[in-house]
Design a protein around this ligand. Sequence first.
Ligand SMILES: [Zn+2]
Length: 519
Amino acid sequence: MIYNLLKRYLVVLGILVVPMAQAQELQNIISQIEEEAIKNSELENLAHNLLDVIGPRLTGTPQMEQASDWVMETYKKWGIDAKREQWGEWKGWERGITHIDMVAPRVQSLEGIQLAWSPTTPPEGVVGEVVALPYVKDSIHFQKWLKGVKGKFVLTSMYQLTGRPDDSWEKFARPESFERLKASRDSIKREWYANIRRTGYKSADIVRLLENAGAVGIISCYWSKGFGVNRIFYSKTKGIPTLDVELEDYTMLYRLAERGEKPQVRVVARSKDLGLVPAFNTIGMIKGSEKPEEYVILSAHLDSWDGATGATDNGTGTVLMMEVMRILKKVYPNPKRTILVGHWGSEEQGLNGSRAFVEDHPEIVEYVQVVLNQDNGTGRITEISGAGFLNSYEYLSRWLSAVPEDVSKHVKTIFPGLPSSSGSDNASFVAAGVPAFYLGALNWNYRDYTWHTNRDTYDKIVFDDLRNNVVLTAVLAYMASEDPETASREKIVMPIDPKTGEQQFWPEQKSPKRLGGVD
Ligand SMILES: [Zn+2]
């Protein structure tokens, strides 16, 4: 009887005392996270090594492998376990020098770059006249024109009337000038697509036809609508180079060609075809001490497109998650749950690395507490959606309430939100029913200036905002790891699409593409 009373007394005492000690411990760790993130930040060093020394990380390139080696070495230096997990194979390719010069009617070096996986030129390069796709009456007319394309470079993108972004026009132009520009632009666009239809082919087929007809190279221009910015994706040619030339130079070549000045370029675009190479994820881990079989997953893809160094897509997400791991290992070395970081491969070709991880690791996926994914640039995190998990407001709000106010005040939450079916790696987990959240960053001109462009470089990083994200992500991961409760996976009842009136469904889990770049 006395014993029972004592036990009850202790329990009552325990309820009062233990949480207070716990609350103090919690506060203590959060202060250490903040201090480490602000005072001992490694972000600049990490970004320099990843972006300046290693550079772009296109899937299938030696640089992607080098980045993975560097991530693993860095983790090991910090005492964190790390490994590479191969999940497929990809076309191996190494970018060499691209050098494009106009050699007639005058000499000018042009700004441009070969697209990813582009076939090489000989070492001495190729010289040829530049012609634009003609405006044709019909497919017979087009076929006739094709016969004359041998030995020529062909401009395959639509002409742009201005290299100024619309906000520049809005700010400075007379309203009637801007209206005139928009009207001319619309009519050029309509005529461009009507002309393509008249050839009897689709745009994608035209590149193949030009190559078969003996063109020596394709010159395109994928303007992103910002000053001096182009998006750089991949080549569809088999044996001739595909180059993206910047709007300023592209439109000059176009005008010269259209007015009969017969411009010529010399192109050196060197690359190596490396056959098939492994496609992989790079995984780091701090083993849990109480519930090692449960996981808090930090997520950011390691691969990039290679028009620049992929600083904001997704260098910033990569160094963010590495820095969070470093700090957690230092101030919280024995987490309750296992903290796993996924530096995925081939996100850019369709979330392949994270989809492979979800498919290959049912034993992990079943016991994931939460996935925190970051992948839209350098800005401070301002938006977290509940991604369609009915009770996410309860645990996310609770974890967020532990984040220092200075950081959490920027974050808007959307509950319950909707599951995303694509976009970034969180979608691979959401499709498997795992609470996976996208840490949405302030855009800092991401869409027009850095996303998949030739301007996605170190100088665009806003380190102050990134440090803010380190504190936020580290505290969320810590809170998720410590939580006595398992995060609920209950889903919302999917709503009717207000636009179409149709019932929406939870996104389906998709298999990754495990053999890439070979068609
Ligand atoms: Zn990305």
